[in-house]
Design a binder for this molecule. Structure first.
Ligand SMILES: CC(C)(COP(=O)(O)OP(=O)(O)OC[C@H]1O[C@@H](n2cnc3c(N)ncnc32)[C@H](O)[C@@H]1OP(=O)(O)O)[C@@H](O)C(=O)NCCC(=O)NCCS
Length: 392
């Protein structure tokens, strides 16, 4: 087996997916991807675009502006037509799936240089837009149980996650994200993008729009569930609607040595897993258990963990069930720079973004740890987990 090393990982800042308030409201998702494609070659001048074997792009909703977005954004960037692309979906884990497939192409010797990306604009291509469920699914599931909010409520009930613990979780996600941003920790991974402020004035967006510097705890307590009468989930404990793109440059280790490129981590192992779609948020439990079973590792072997915060309820259920960290936030090794509740969750982008940030966290805050883990759930019971290993 060949080794697939990570040469670089970049992302745009995450913008609020809002028609009037979003900093990227005037930018199309393909343009965000263009910024990322251009940025990765700008930062890695020894890598020529024409030498890339393929570009794999995860996107949850591959319709409208996001239809075959990987290829069309590549062509719209004037990049070589000979480099193929595959836009793929398994909902939120799409960007992580793209990374796994890219790594495996390298590990099996079928490619030397791969780009794995993720992109989503939840304003211009809203969640569920153009969705047409197979009618026969209703034979097995109640249609009202499948949207994301109700699944998060069900997880809160079944795993007995209290409103107080979820509010506390959201507070810490924002605190950690703000602290990491203020310490400049995201600078290495973010490529600034021109956006517009509330008044429509152009400015260079250098950080994520959703991070709340001051979390209004009293207001949070008064917020109600948008999903269910007397429900426990609120906008504050849900990942917000977001837009953003992220990309990883992977390479055969021998090729990287030949080009004299610096690298520290490789793709070690990855799994996809499935779970009951009506409690889709517990997907990381199945995925991480599967990964541990197949690798022989346990939670004690892992350093930092990036676990997507689709909702505080499912994050807490996964952290507790898998014994990844403390019972309640603040955590020591899970989402140490905050998570999606504060940073945003542009569906298909997040799987790639988790790995970009995990690599950054490993190098910056956990330089002696051998392993890092990233995992996320996705609509309809899709889930993925990915193990990163230090090589030097
Ligand atoms: C929860 C959700 C429906 C809320 O959407 P929305 O109504 O457009 O709301 P916003 O995010 O703009 O927030 C609503 C209000 O809550 C407030 N709020 C949000 N987080 C807050 C916090 N931590 N503290 C205080 N107020 C908060 C906002 O400021 C806003 O109030 P305002 O209008 O007075 O400013 C939406 O974010 C959502 O669907 N999230 C889940 C996305 C999803 O399912 N992703 C896939 C997961 S697998």
């Amino acid at each position: 087996m060949e080794e697939a090393v990570f040469i670089d990982g970049v992302r745009t800042p995450n913008g609020r997916a809002h028609r009037e308030k979003g900093w990227f409201r005037k930018i199309r998702p393909d343009e965000l991807l263009t910024v990322i494609y251009e940025g990765i070659f700008e930062r890695n001048k020894k890598v020529k675009p024409e030498d890339v074997d393929a570009v794999l792009v995860g996107c949850a909703n591959i319709s409208g502006m996001q239809n075959d977005i990987g290829r069309l954004a590549w062509l719209a960037s004037g990049l070589p037509v000979t480099v193929p692309s595959n836009t793929m979906t398994n909902q939120c884990p799409s960007g992580m799936s793209a990374t796994m497939h890219a790594a495996r192409a390298i590990m099996t010797g079928q490619a030397d240089i791969m780009l794995a990306a993720g992109v989503e604009d939840m304003e211009k291509v809203p969640m569920g837009a153009n969705m047409d469920f197979p009618p026969r699914i209703l034979k097995y599931y109640n249609g009202a149980d499948l949207p994301m909010g109700p699944t998060a409520e069900k997880v809160a009930e079944q795993w007995n996650i209290s409103r107080e613990d979820m509010d506390n979780f959201a507070v810490w996600s924002n605190k950690k994200a703000a602290a990491a941003r203020n310490a400049g920790k995201f600078k290495k991974e973010i490529i600034p993008v021109k956006g517009v402020d509330d008044d429509g004035k152009e400015f260079l967006v250098e950080h994520d729009q959703w991070i709340r510097d001051k979390v209004d705890v009293e207001k949070m307590k008064t917020m109600t569930s948008p999903y269910k009468p007397n429900g426990r989930i609120t906008a504050a404990t849900s990942s917000p609607l977001t837009q953003g793109a992220a990309c990883l440059l992977l390479m055969n280790r021998k090729k990287a040595d030949e080009l004299g490129l610096e690298y520290h981590y490789k793709f070690s192992y990855g799994v996809l897993a499935g779970c009951d779609p009506t409690i889709m948020g517990i997907g990381p439990i199945s995925a991480v258990q599967k990964l541990f079973k197949r690798t022989g590792l346990t939670a004690a072997d892992i350093g930092p963990i990036e676990l997507n915060e689709a909702f505080a309820s499912q994050s807490l259920a996964c952290i507790r069930d898998l014994k990844l960290d403390n019972e309640n936030a603040p955590f020591k090794r899970v989402n140490v720079w905050g998570g999606a509740i504060a940073l945003g969750h542009p569906l298909g982008q997040s799987g790639a973004r988790l790995i970009v940030t995990l690599l950054n966290i490993m190098k910056t805050d956990f330089p002696n740890e051998k392993y890092g883990l990233a995992s996320l759930c996705g609509a309809f019971g899709n889930a993925a987990a990915c193990l990163i290993e230090k090589v030097k």
